[in-house]
Design a protein around this ligand. Structure first.
Ligand code: UD1
Length: 431
């Protein structure tokens, strides 16, 4: 298992580029299941979750072609023949978003068999809302041996009111409804930019969708969708991670290739902490030369403060003067980074869904364990300002969602390197 070795103390200076959004790329790849014509996607990040989705589609009979060289972020997916509309536990267990294939498969093939994702480190994360929604569209659902089976000769449009806002749930049902007979109205939908990006691809494929990006989406089902070409939006969470890194290290960092309009809640909060930023249409320059002040956050659905940037923001508050209260509203168990930050010297108390961070405490390098994707990012950020060397274990979590983060950070002055596991001699011979 790879580890990161990070030596803290350097301010981040220069320009860092943001890639395509993993969370938009995942549903867009799944959308290719809806047509027998090729779908060409650009600005696809090269991260582990994307690789898992490619494997998922290939196992069903799809042809997935990867771009090389300058076109390395392009993928062409052709789902002409889908021999087996199934997503196995082996793949689903490593990535919950695999559930995104459920809706498109029933819509296109009339049946789907998808493993239940089970729990994950940040909470139970059920998929009941995906299932309820598909039932509203006329699918027959059964569950056994850890799998959900859905079938419908043809889905029928209907009214879906989500009991709770769900991002992948909205995306899954949006895809399903594009091929249903008649009109579907979905209420209390997720308004995340990734939902809108998926809708834009589906519209290019011939779908009739209105209202994506708002809480009510209307879809008029069509008989067939066709191929299309689409460029994925920039990753707002990768951008948020770099912006926080610039602020935390007292650097002067230009985060380019992002969309500041998707970062409103974070940028407003940073202003409160005393961080100066300058924006253009596709960049945010962050100047961290002021002392940081404490500021509370509450994570919410978009356009609120994103739960996916909560851990990184917590690293920042350890270096801010005063007490910051961080309330996590979306997932019930998303403070695992806190105990690792405490091992580095932070003063953090967890009370249910609230973390109370008292700053500013000097951080010192330590051996720490990454527990999930965004928790790993927060440990990297803390290590950049810690005294001495930090070793972060289990960085495969970070590889799920960040493309070459160590190279990108090294390019702006961070001292970070990746080391592979050193196997004992005998084991190495056997391997
Ligand atoms: C997506 C993002 C993830 C982000 C999360 C919240 C992708 C691939 N992942 O995850 O990075 O952290 O949104 O912004 O886009 N819930 C139910 N029943 C369901 C579905 C969800 O109770 O059927 C609950 C979840 O347990 C959670 C809340 O609803 O408490 C929100 O989850 P959801 O928006 O579905 O998260 P994901 O789409 O899995």
């Amino acid at each position: 298992m790879d580890k990161f070795v990070i030596r803290g103390g350097n301010p981040l200076l220069g320009t860092i580029r943001v890639g395509g959004a993993k969370n938009a790329a995942l549903p867009c790849i799944a959308a290719a299941l809806l047509t027998d014509e090729p779908v060409i996607l650009e600005n696809i990040p090269q991260v582990r979750d994307i690789e898992t989705t490619r494997k998922l589609l290939t196992a069903m009979g799809a042809e997935v072609e990867l771009g090389y060289g300058r076109a390395q972020h392009r993928t062409t997916i052709s789902c002409r023949n889908l021999a087996s509309p199934e997503a196995s536990y082996e793949l689903v267990k490593t990535m919950r978003a695999s559930t995104l294939v459920l809706g498109p498969l029933v819509a296109r093939c009339g049946r789907a068999r998808v493993s239940l994702p089970g729990g994950c480190a940040i909470g139970a994360r059920p998929i009941d809302l995906h299932i309820k929604g598909l039932e509203r569209l006329g699918a027959k659902i059964t569950q056994d041996h850890g799998y959900v089976e859905a079938s419908a000769e043809r889905l029928k449009g209907g009214e879906i009111v989500f009991d709770k806002i769900t991002v992948t749930g909205t995306e899954d049902l949006l895809m399903a409804a594009t091929l249903a007979e008649g009109e579907t109205i979905m209420q209390n939908c997720a308004r995340e930019p990734e939902v809108e990006d998926l809708a834009n691809l589906l519209i290019k494929m011939g779908a009739q969708i209105e209202g994506a990006g708002t809480s009510t989406i209307r879809i008029k089902g069509v008989n067939k969708l066709h191929g299309a070409k689409h460029a994925i939006i920039p990753d707002r969470i990768e951008a948020a991670t770099f912006i926080i890194a610039g602020a935390l290290t007292g650097g002067d960092l230009n985060v380019v290739g992002c969309d500041p309009q998707h970062l409103g809640a974070l940028l407003r909060k940073l202003e409160e902490t005393g961080v100066k930023t300058k924006q253009t249409a596709d960049s945010v320059r962050v100047m961290g030369d002021n002392p940081l002040k404490a500021a509370d956050i509450v994570t919410e659905e978009y356009p609120g403060f994103p739960t996916d940037a909560q851990a990184q923001y917590m690293a920042l508050t350890t270096q801010a003067e005063g007490t910051s209260i961080i309330t996590e509203n979306i997932f019930e168990n998303r403070f695992m980074h806190a105990q690792e930050l405490v091992r580095m010297g932070a003063n953090i108390k967890i009370e249910g869904r609230r973390a109370i961070v008292r700053g500013k405490s000097p951080l010192s390098g330590a051996a720490v364990l990454a527990s999930d994707l965004r928790a790993s990012a927060s440990l990297v950020l803390a290590a950049l300002v810690a005294d001495g060397e930090t070793i972060i274990d289990r960085v495969y979590h970070i590889d799920r969602g960040y493309e070459n983060i160590e190279e990108k950070l090294r390019g702006v002055g961070a001292q970070i390197r990746r080391i592979g596991e050193i196997l004992p001699k005998k084991a190495a011979v056997r391997a």
